[in-house]
Design a protein. Structure first.
Length: 79
């Protein structure tokens, strides 16, 4: 998955969760301690968002970011 695909999918999930909780972007920003602009960037799939504020947004929404092995990609160092 490319960075653009990842951040686009993340933005869609964040927007959907925020809407399900009936929060505006401004409400979410206030609760997470980030700017409304940052929330907008996350939802738009901007690829250069910072990790710490992103984690604050996700936590506020009751979401978490996880890392797991790729399903069918070559692992570095293996042929």
């Amino acid at each position: 998955m490319s960075p653009q695909e990842f951040t686009r999918a993340l933005g869609i999930k964040v927007r959907a969760r925020r809407a399900a909780l009936s929060l505006s972007q401004s409400d979410l920003a206030d609760l997470a301690g980030v700017s409304e602009r940052f929330v907008r960037f996350v939802e738009q799939g901007k690829t250069t968002v910072q990790l710490e504020p992103l984690l604050a947004v996700l936590s506020t929404l009751g979401l978490e970011l996880t890392v797991q092995p790729a399903s069918s990609q070559t692992v570095y160092g293996q042929l």
